[in-house]
Design a protein around this ligand. Structure first.
Ligand code: GUN
Length: 286
């Protein structure tokens, strides 16, 4: 039986800690931190993520603005809005929910966000800083995973970690952050030959491919720590489920994260932390 790490409980604690600080900061600097979230289009999953981000921001006492734009919004219009937010001294964090519609160049959008307000940590300057071990905004999901591992008392240094997935948002920064904690890291992916052979080496296995229940018991070394970053909709039940087959894997893992209630809430808690960081950095520069 694995120890189950509740991201929901840890996220609640992190948000309570932030909420406790906000009134004093608001009095000191004359305004609360402000997070602006932009959503283009009507993808149901994105709508739900954006709603949760706004709710979390309000819960911790931030000012929260959600800008909802129609699916056919021209790229130039989106760039204009980002530019205004970049210049607005009352906005600390800017997030454009991904993916954006196909007619919009995602890279151009990410680059347009001022790196000082890039609460996602996706700007190329932030990515470079992460890979060069300089000061950076850490991307929210891998940051949340590291926090969960620490909370569960998992020793990372010296361990073998395997990350399945190589996305810019999760897989790659996750691997780098585990490496910086002195794990020995392998990045596997959906086309890795003999995937089970690779993943069974892992003391810490992070699944971030977006394939419903692809991590079966035969991919997991008994006693491994298993982190499930996947969020998939089960077509049979309509419910959310992870990349890990929880029922099969939970009995052999030492630590596991559930879906929902695992990494997801931690991503948002870390977004709140990043927003606070950007706010404090901007106030300190004044
Ligand atoms: N889409 C899926 N995850 C994320 C995220 O962490 N940030 C943004 N902006 N879009 C996403």
């Amino acid at each position: 039986m694995a120890k189950v790490i509740s991201g929901k409980d840890l996220a609640k604690k992190i948000k309570e800690d932030i909420a406790a600080k906000v009134p004093e900061l608001t009095a000191k600097y004359g305004r609360a931190p402000h997070l602006a979230v932009i959503l283009v289009g009507e993808d149901p999953a994105s709508q739900s993520y954006v709603k949760s981000k706004g709710k979390d921001a309000e819960q911790v006492g931030y000012r929260s603005t959600t800008i909802r734009l129609p699916e056919d919004t021209p790229e130039s219009k989106l760039l204009e809005i980002i530019d205004e937010l970049n210049k607005d001294e009352q906005t600390d964090g800017i997030l454009v929910q991904l993916p954006v519609p196909a007619h919009i160049d995602e890279d151009r959008i990410i680059e347009a966000i001022a790196k000082e307000k890039d609460v996602d940590g996706f700007h190329p300057a932030n990515v470079a800083a992460l890979w060069q071990k300089r000061d950076c905004v850490y991307p929210c999901t891998p940051k949340g995973v590291i926090r969960m591992l620490d909370e569960a008392g998992v020793e990372i240094a010296g361990k073998r970690a395997v990350v399945i997935g190589r996305s810019n948002i999760v897989g790659l920064p996750m691997a780098k952050m585990l490496l910086d904690r002195n794990a020995t890291v392998t990045i596997a992916h959906s086309r890795t030959a003999n995937l089970a052979e690779v993943t069974r080496e892992a003391d810490i296995l992070v699944a971030a491919v977006g394939r419903l229940r692809m991590v079966k018991a035969d991919l997991v070394k008994p006693g491994a720590v298993v982190i499930d970053v996947g969020v998939n909709r089960d077509p049979e039940t309509g419910k959310l489920a992870g990349d890990v087959d929880y029922q099969e894997v939970e009995p052999i893992a030492s630590v596991i994260t559930p879906v929902p209630g695992g990494v997801g809430p931690m991503t948002r808690a870390c977004l709140m932390e990043n927003t606070l960081e950007c706010y404090l950095n901007s106030q300190d520069k004044k």
